[in-house]
Each structure stands twice: as C-alpha cells, then as structure tokens.
Design a binder for this molecule. Structure first.
Ligand code: HEC
Length: 107
C-alpha cells in the first residue's frame, strides 16, 4: 500500500468515526423522546414534572448509565423507582449509553 493510500485511508476512517459519533449523539436525543423519557423528566431532562423526579441534564454519563441499569435490574429500588422501572424495561444497554451520552452533554 502506498503512503498516499494509507493517508487517504486514515483520513476516511477518521471521517467515519466522527460521523458515527455524531449520529450516536443524535440517536440519544431521538431515543430520549421516542422512549417518552421527557414525559417525566421534561425536555432535555431539565424540567421534571414532579419535584421528586430527578433532573438529568449535565449529569455524569457513567453515573446515568449505572443508575438506569440498577433501576432496570432492581438493584436500585426505593419509593420512587417503580415509576421509572417500567420505562427502562425495554431500553437496551446500547440505548442507555446513547441516551446518557446525550443527557450528559445537555447544558
Ligand atoms: C413515569 C415517569 C418516568 C419516566 C417516563 C421516566 N423516568 Fe426516569 N426516573 C423517574 C423517577 C421517579 C426517578 C427516580 C427514581 C428513584 O427515586 O429511585 C427516575 C430516575 C431516573 C434516572 C436516575 C437519575 C439519578 O439522578 O439517579 C435516570 C438516569 C433516568 N430516570 C432516566 C430515564 C430515561 C432515560 C427515561 C426514558 C427511557 C426515563 N427516565 C423515563 C421517572 C420516570
């Protein structure tokens, strides 16, 4: 493989990587709405409908993923968790990561 071909290949791989990063962020936003998360947590996770419901925007990504997994598995279970548990029952690990990535980046 010539040096120029390698350079071109490298450049196109970089483009592919940045495109899929962008579409992943977009998927997170779309999933957040498609899965009806905003009905309780508000648009962009900023304005929960009840004072007891948590805001989600700007929260640490890994923390958000861990909480969703714990609520789904039942490891996290308190008075308020029941409302949330049914909502994450159908959300996959990949979808949780995409949603968390989106929410963590909402200012
Ligand atoms: C029916 C209302 C409701 C819906 C819809 C809902 N949630 Fe929640 N969510 C809650 C409540 C209530 C809690 C707090 C649970 C607790 O107290 O343990 C919560 C907690 C969370 C947490 C943990 C936040 C923290 O600070 O620990 C995350 C993350 C989350 N929800 C994400 C989502 C996502 C993503 C969706 C959409 C798939 C969603 N929620 C849909 C009510 C809801």
């Amino acid at each position: 493989m010539s040096k120029i071909t390698k350079l071109l290949l490298g450049a196109s791989l970089t483009m592919v990587a940045s495109i899929s990063f962008n579409s992943m962020a977009a998927d997170g936003a779309a999933l957040y709405t498609a899965k009806l998360c905003q009905t309780c947590h508000g648009p962009e996770g900023k304005a929960p409908i009840m004072a007891m419901y948590p805001k989600l925007n700007g929260q640490n990504k890994d923390y958000l993923v861990a909480q969703m997994k714990d609520i789904k598995s039942g490891a996290r279970n308190n008075g308020m968790t029941a409302a949330m548990k049914a909502m994450v029952a159908t959300v996959t690990d990949e979808e949780m990561a995409a949603i968390a990535d989106y929410l963590a980046n909402v200012k």
